[in-house]
Design a binder for this molecule. Sequence first.
Ligand SMILES: Cc1cc2nc3c(=O)[nH]c(=O)nc-3n(C[C@H](O)[C@H](O)[C@H](O)COP(=O)(O)O)c2cc1C
Length: 321
Amino acid sequence: MKPEYIFFAPMEGITTKTFRRVYSQFYRGIDRYYSPFIAVTSDMAFKRRDKRGVLPHEEKLVPQLLANDADAFVWAAIRLADEGYEEINLNAGCPMGTVVSKGKGAGLLKDMEAFDRFLDRIFSHEGLPGISIKTRAGFYNTDEAEGIAGILARYPFCEVIIHPRAREDFYDGTPDREAFDIITSKLNCTVCYNGDLYTPESVQDLINERPGIKRIMLGRGLLIDPSLAEKIRYDEDAKDGNDVKDDEDAKDGKAVLYSFLTCLESEYKSEMASDRNVLFKMKEIWSYLGRNFLDHEKSLKVIRKCTSMSQYELAVKEILR
Ligand SMILES: Cc1cc2nc3c(=O)[nH]c(=O)nc-3n(C[C@H](O)[C@H](O)[C@H](O)COP(=O)(O)O)c2cc1C
């Protein structure tokens, strides 16, 4: 069994507009992308950079907002709906201290009564686009899942995406799938599972265990292996034991990855002020991709330490030749 929908998770600083455009030229299998969070505050204005990230309207994109001010959220949601977006996502998962301390992201889950009031105020507005939420399963721990579910169930979300860790877990430990079940059992809307899906086999295991899961969101798994969604979707014979074919697939995979990275680098070069910034971006991507190429320890080390684009490009050629 395969998931019916596969979404690309929002990843601040990585899944930029440029990244999404280049990625979709080389890889298939993604039904929807979620934008990295756009912080909205009571001054009701988008920062220029954030605006450029989601405007003009991008097909398959769901903009994500980070807010704890309901009026600001509603203002931004309606503004984005005017631009053609039919769904806006609320971030209730970001664990960063600077975000949580302002009661945003996963900080929304710290005070359940305030969270309830916030949602009540949002949903009391008319004329909103579809509102989805990407939530964790708790602030301190996932025992809070039931309480969170009780609140979410009161509002007409078009979708709830659950990353079943608590804020305090950040990205450590294992996602608590029982907490996912608890939240899911209380909701009437569509739900999506997110967390630690790194291989087609891990997706298969999840769906075998929980056949009700029709939608998955992939994050780091797609950075480690950008062809992960394609493999999940289209590989009928991923494990057919045909070594010659597997070798050819691996060569093709490297060639596509090389083209993808070259194109991404060139796009970043055309829009960034200095090669230093481009190098930083590409190194960040390699901090995930590199996990697939651990046998190229020396070249990976070069990528980590390189100070020029030419060093970087040589190391990439060495790994992907
Ligand atoms: C570098 C990085 C940036 C992220 N930025 C966002 C973000 O802007 N909004 C959001 O909802 N989640 C963000 N996340 C969380 C991911 O969307 C996802 O929920 C998390 O990585 C778990 O899924 P995974 O195990 O498939 O990676 C970020 C995660 C990482 C690693």
